[in-house]
Design a protein around this ligand. Structure first.
Ligand SMILES: Cc1cc2nc3c(=O)[nH]c(=O)nc-3n(C[C@H](O)[C@H](O)[C@H](O)COP(=O)(O)OP(=O)(O)OC[C@H]3O[C@@H](n4cnc5c(N)ncnc54)[C@H](O)[C@@H]3O)c2cc1C
Length: 408
């Protein structure tokens, strides 16, 4: 074969040679001391609690419940929630730091973390009444309860405002009928934050907090997926589900703004997972290029491999600087939906390209399940679909920018 090392022994030597987690991503110069410390803490948590079992959970399509509970003990499950309910009161930048560090170790556990903290806890914190916050937030933040958010339906994904799940008021209850599809954490959730139609107009959308075990409510799943396999995905089924009036969030028909606003946070923070995946890919590629020899030299000596490395490092650095500088401005109220869509359009696509290049750089070993590169690719692809597809991001950016110039 002309190799310095036989293929089988090379593969097994790499299994031990590659550490469980890549070097932690750089701190940004503008991070606060608190954010720097958060990055360090999340890096070692990811190293110890997520990375070692990431491949196993992917293989078995199992949820890392232990790690989730420990995130609660560390105080990470209420990262954006108000301190009076047990939260940390931090913003998009801090949340993205967690996503980056966790995402490099186990992207799918991170997706479940995102569904809990950003889609459920953040939504309740921003939109629910003080009484509802008191009832739901402390248990969600401690990790005693798991949450999910139900917006998508079998017939309405990109067209989120077209949802058909209906809620009709009957005395002290709303009767809800319909199905929510693709719901991260569905089967594990103690509560679901869901949207349902309460009127005839397109914008007559209301929010309800649905508690596990309530009459007429059930879940189905798991849905088997290409990637993000350690993140359980399922359905929420409402068959004359009886939801107390006290569980409606805000005024009936007032939820469209809240829904769209939280999607901005979701799009920014899910892109942090893409950055984490890119970090893991770059790390894997650099190690491999130095260690793997062909024609008597490390493959990193070959200029075509160097080109791949140079491009992926440059793209990863662009992702990082774009994501964090905009996220900081978002926290300061200077940026909104257009830039959240830009981030979401750019980063997941770049991460998928970097993951593909990582596989190419590693040849057959990259394509094999002995190395994590193929998992990075499978996980990365989801971020081009969930939280709004690439195509929907294009529509948002183009529409908003064209409108801006029409008014000038
Ligand atoms: C693993 C996973 C986890 C998820 N978690 C959640 C969750 O926790 N909660 C939740 O509510 N949802 C969740 N989703 C749903 C996700 O948000 C939707 O899958 C996504 O919005 C796309 O909807 P869809 O799958 O119905 O695709 P569709 O909307 O049917 O789109 C199909 C294709 O048509 C394109 N398309 C659609 N409309 C247009 C248009 N106007 N112009 C051009 N192209 C268009 C799309 O870009 C796509 O390529 C999850 C999905 C997955 C796969």
């Amino acid at each position: 074969m002309g190799n310095d090392v036989k293929m089988g022994s090379l593969a097994s030597s790499f299994i031990f040679a590659i550490p469980a987690l890549p070097n932690k991503g750089d701190q940004m110069w503008f991070f606060t001391d608190e954010e720097r410390e958060l990055k360090e803490v999340c890096h070692s948590f990811a190293q110890n609690e997520l990375a070692p079992s990431a491949a196993e959970h992917d293989e078995n399509e199992s949820f890392n419940l232990d790690a989730f509970k420990k995130m609660g003990e560390l105080g990470l499950l209420g990262i954006t929630a108000d301190p009076e309910y047990g939260g940390s009161g931090l913003g998009a930048c801090a949340s993205t730091i967690v996503m980056e560090e966790f995402g490099a170790a186990c992207a799918s556990s991170t997706l479940s973390y995102l569904a809990h903290t950003i889609l459920t806890v953040n939504n309740i914190n921003n939109n629910a009444s003080p009484e509802q916050k008191e009832r739901f937030l402390p248990k969600l933040i401690s990790g005693e309860w798991i949450g999910c958010m139900g917006m998508s339906e079998p017939e309405h994904g990109s067209d989120a405002l077209g949802i058909e799940t209906k809620a009709v008021k009957q005395g002290d209850y709303y009767l809800i009928n319909g199905t929510k599809m693709w719901i991260t954490n569905a089967e594990y959730s103690d509560i679901a934050y869901i949207y349902a139609r309460t009127g005839e107009k397109k914008k007559d959308i209301s929010t309800f907090i649905v508690e596990k075990g309530c009459e007429g409510f059930s879940t189905a799943g798991p849905i088997h997926k290409l990637g993000m396999r350690a993140s359980p995905t399922g359905e929420l089924i409402f068959d004359n589900a009886k939801i107390p009036v006290s569980n409606i969030v805000g005024n009936p028909g007032d939820s469209t703004y809240h829904m769209l606003k939280n999607l901005e946070m979701e799009r920014i923070t899910i892109s942090g997972i893409s950055l984490g995946i890119a970090n893991a890919c770059v790390d894997q590629s650099l190690r491999y290029a130095n260690e793997r020899k062909q024609f008597g030299r490390p493959i990193g000596d070959f200029q075509m491999i160097q080109r791949m490395i140079a491009e992926m490092v440059t793209e990863r650095d662009m992702m990082k600087h774009f994501l964090y500088s905009v996220t900081k401005e978002y926290d300061q109220g200077k940026k909104g939906p257009t830039v959240a869509a830009e981030i979401k359009l750019a980063l997941p696509k770049m991460a998928t390209k970097i993951a593909l290049d990582t596989i190419q750089l590693m040849g057959g070993y990259g394509y094999s399940r002995e190395f994590p590169a193929e998992r990075y690719l499978r996980d990365s692809k989801l971020n081009e679909i969930g939280a709004g597809t690439n195509e929907i991001m294009v529509l948002i950016i183009a529409k908003n920018m064209l409108k801006k110039y029409q008014n000038q």
